[in-house]
Design a protein around this ligand. Structure first.
Ligand code: DP6
Length: 370
C-alpha cells in the first residue's frame, strides 16, 4: 500500500549557491522564530555526516521556540568575527558549538567565510525541561542563513527549495533540528511509503490525517529538571557497537510505516501503542548499551502506569513519549483537553518536581520576524 501523503518537496539535493559571486559583501539583519519538536518515531543512532540510521517522525510545537537574530556585515579582519549571546549573555559553550557548525557549512554558504556575525538568541522554554533546544536553535540559525542567501544572492526564491535547504543545514547542526522547519508532522529519513523522503533533509507531511491528529497537544510533565545525564550526541554514539542496533533500526522503520497508517486511519489506540513502544525502545537501548544509562526515574514509571490505566480504564485518548531524559510528554488530541486537564491535575502533577508541567501543542512551524 502506498500512503497518499502530499509533501512540498521535489527530489533535488544540490544545496550550493548557484551564481555565487565571491566579491559580494552581504550586510543586514535577519530574525527567525523556530519551534522545537517532539519525536514520536525516535532518531537514535547516526552515521557519516549527521545521517540517521533510521527514519523519524515528529511534530513541531507551538509555544516552545527559539528566536534568533543575526546581524551580518563584511568581515573587518581576514578571519571573520562571531559574537554569540544567549538570553542577553555571552554564552561560551554554545558559541563554540555555533562556530564549529558555521565552519561545517561554509561549503553551502561560502559568504560566511568573509562575513562578521553577531548572533543573539533566546528560548521561550526552560533549560533541561525535556524540550529539545538544539532542534529549535539550530533550525532558527539555519533559517537565518537561508534568508541571508535569499536576500543577497536571489536564490532560494522557491518556498520548497528554501525550506529543504533550511532543513538540510539544520540537520548538520543537530539531526532533530531538520524536522523543525515545517508545521505539523515532519519525517526525516528515507522511507518507502513516502516519496521524496530523504536522509539529507526532513519533509513536511501535509497529509490527510484522522480527526484525532489535526490538533495534538503535548503536556510536558517535569519529573526532574536537572541537566541531562548524557547528551544526545553521546547517546547516538552508543548505538555504534550495540548488540541490538540493527533490530532497533528495523523496528523504527516498521513503526514508522504503522504509525503513518494509524494517523491516516484515525486509529488512536494503534498510534498510542506505537508511540509508547518507541519511547520505551529508546530507553531499552540506553539501558542495554555499554556504558548503560537508566534515565527513567521512579516518578516517570508512576506516570507511565497512570497514563496506561487512563487509556484502558477511562477510555481517555492519551499516550506518552519520552526523549533521552526522565520527563514525560503526554500526547492527546485537543478535543480531549478538558478531561485530560482534570486527569493531569488530579493524578499526574503530584509526580512532578514543584508539581509543574508545560503545556504545548502542534504548531504552525517557523516564522520570519525580520
Ligand atoms: C531522543 O537531534 O539532539 O530526541 O544530531 O547529535 O544533535 P544530534 O542529536 P539530537 O537527537 C535527538 C534524539 C531524540 C529523538 C528524536 O528527537 O528523534
Amino acid at each position: 500500500m502506498r500512503i497518499s501523503y502530499f509533501n512540498l518537496i521535489m527530489d533535488k539535493s544540490n544545496f550550493h549557491i548557484r551564481n555565487y559571486e565571491s566579491s559580494s559583501k552581504p550586510q543586514g539583519e535577519v530574525s527567525w522564530r523556530s519551534p522545537s519538536n517532539i519525536a514520536l518515531i525516535k532518531y537514535w543512532g547516526k552515521h557519516g555526516n549527521q545521517l540517521p540510521c533510521n527514519p523519524s517522525l515528529s511534530f513541531s510545537l507551538k509555544n516552545s521556540y527559539t528566536e534568533t537574530n543575526v546581524r551580518y556585515a563584511p568581515a573587518e579582519e581576514k578571519k571573520p568575527a562571531l559574537q554569540y549571546s544567549f538570553e542577553g549573555k555571552h554564552e561560551v559553550s554554545f558559541e563554540t558549538k555555533v562556530k564549529k557548525f558555521i565552519k561545517n557549512i561554509y561549503e553551502y554558504f561560502p559568504f560566511l567565510k568573509h562575513t562578521d556575525l553577531s548572533i543573539s538568541s533566546h528560548n521561550t522554554f526552560p533549560h533541561s525541561s525535556g524540550i529539545a533546544s538544539s532542534a529549535s536553535s539550530m533550525s532558527a540559525l539555519a533559517l537565518c542563513f537561508c534568508s541571508i542567501e535569499r536576500q543577497c544572492f536571489q536564490s532560494l526564491q522557491d518556498e520548497g527549495d528554501f525550506y529543504r535547504k533550511a532543513s538540510f543545514i539544520a540537520r548538520l547542526g543537530s539531526g532533530s533540528a531538520s524536522r523543525s522547519v515545517y508545521e505539523g508532522f515532519s519525517v526525516w529519513g528515507e522511507n518507502k511509503l513516502i516519496s521524496n523522503s530523504s536522509d539529507l533533509f526532513a519533509i513536511s507531511l501535509l497529509s490527510q490525517r484522522g480527526d484525532h491528529f489535526n490538533k495534538l497537544k503535548d503536556y510536558i510533565l517535569l519529573v526532574d529538571s536537572r541537566s541531562k545525564e548524557i547528551s544526545s550526541t553521546a547517546g547516538h554514539a552508543l548505538m555504534k557497537n550495540h548488540s541490538f542496533a540493527n533490530a532497533r533500526f528495523e523496528q523504527a522503520k516498521e513503526n514508522l510505516d504503522k504509525i503513518l497508517t494509524a494517523i491516516e486511519q484515525d486509529n488512536w489506540n494503534d498510534f498510542a501503542d506505537i508511540t509508547e513502544n518507541e519511547a520505551l525502545s529508546l530507553h531499552a537501548m540506553m539501558m542495554t548499551s555499554n556504558p548503560s544509562y537508566i534515565l527513567l526515574k521512579p516518578n516517570t514509571l508512576k506516570i507511565i502506569d497512570k497514563i496506561k490505566q487512563a487509556r484502558k480504564q477511562k477510555a481517555l485518548s492519551v499516550c506518552f513519549t519520552i526523549d533521552a531524559g526522565p520527563n514525560v510528554h503526554l500526547i492527546y488530541p485537543e478535543r480531549e483537553s478538558r478531561k485530560v486537564r482534570t486527569f493531569i491535575e488530579q493524578e499526574l502533577l503530584i509526580y512532578c518536581s514543584d508539581e509543574k508541567g508545560i503545556e504545548d501543542q502542534m504548531g504552525k512551524g517557523p516564522q520570519q520576524i525580520k
